[in-house]
Design a protein. Structure first.
Length: 271
């Protein structure tokens, strides 16, 4: 009798937490590459989740994304699904990277990332369009995805990564919302961009200008803030498409400053 009662309760009680598919120890394959997922604790296995696709930096890996306490506290702990794709290597032992420019000699990262999102959506129901984001080279790739596949994303979040050159000009479409955070003293991805072999790290100003043109924002921001002790900000909130752009600038260099993920999450929530 006790065994029967326990079995019945197991059938009718909601699951306390679903088993995470695609853990970093056993990533899932899609589109010629791999990715991992992090689910919010207590997810019932059925409710659709908002999703953040976050791309790691050059010579890093998806494990670094999953270890970011800031991403977990600002997103996963607030009910978000975190999707962490893995950059590719040109050869064994080479750094993992993203083809932030359209490179015919490289894995088609555009197709790869779309395949990752499609595969993840088969495993975990998504609430609306995902957000595409990244750090450094990952931030550049996030901008590229927004440029080429903007209609598939609700927003783009880039930290220290501008749209590389050559790139599609003009972008066919852009995600309707954009959050860009950059360090004033960044020498790795300078605000003005820099040449590297046969390509160029793009200008932040030109990247933001592409977004404004695509979303029909005016040239100058609706709001500017430079409060002492706070990040400087320039916000475009009156874009004709209904989108918006927030540019934040801190005094530091190339990195993820404390509080960046919380600021991005507040912006997404329009707080």
């Amino acid at each position: 009798m006790r065994r029967w009662i326990m079995a019945a309760l197991a059938l009718i009680a909601p699951a306390a937490a679903a088993e995470t598919p695609c853990p970093v120890e056993a990533p899932c394959a899609a589109g010629g590459g791999e990715y991992a997922l992090v689910l919010p604790e207590g997810w019932d296995g059925a409710a659709p989740l908002p999703a953040l696709v976050f791309l790691h930096g050059h010579n890093s890996d998806m494990g670094s994304t999953l270890r970011m306490a800031s991403l977990r506290s600002a997103f996963v702990d607030q009910g978000w699904l975190l999707i962490a794709p893995r950059g590719a290597r040109q050869q064994e032992g080479a750094p993992r990277r993203w083809a932030g420019v359209q490179d015919p000699g490289w894995r088609d990262d555009r197709a790869f990332l779309l395949a990752v999102i499609e595969d993840a959506a088969r495993r975990v129901p998504l609430a609306g369009k995902p957000v595409i984001g990244g750090f450094s080279a990952g931030g550049s790739m996030a901008w590229m995805m927004s440029c080429l596949e903007g209609a598939r994303f609700s927003a783009v979040i880039s930290v220290a990564g501008a749209l590389r050159q050559p790139n599609p000009s003009p972008c066919p479409a852009m995600a309707p919302r954009a959050f860009h955070l950059h360090g004033f003293t960044d020498a790795q991805v300078p605000l003005e961009g820099r040449a590297i072999r046969d390509w160029r790290q793009g200008s932040v100003a030109k990247t933001l200008a592409k977004f404004r043109r695509a979303n029909r924002c005016r040239d100058w921001p609706e709001a500017i803030s430079a409060e002492p002790g706070e990040w400087r900000s320039r916000a475009w909130t009156g874009c004709e498409t209904g989108g918006d752009l927030l540019y934040l600038e801190h005094d530091g260099g190339h990195g993820l400053p404390p509080g960046w993920a919380e600021a991005a999450a507040r912006w997404l929530a329009k707080e």
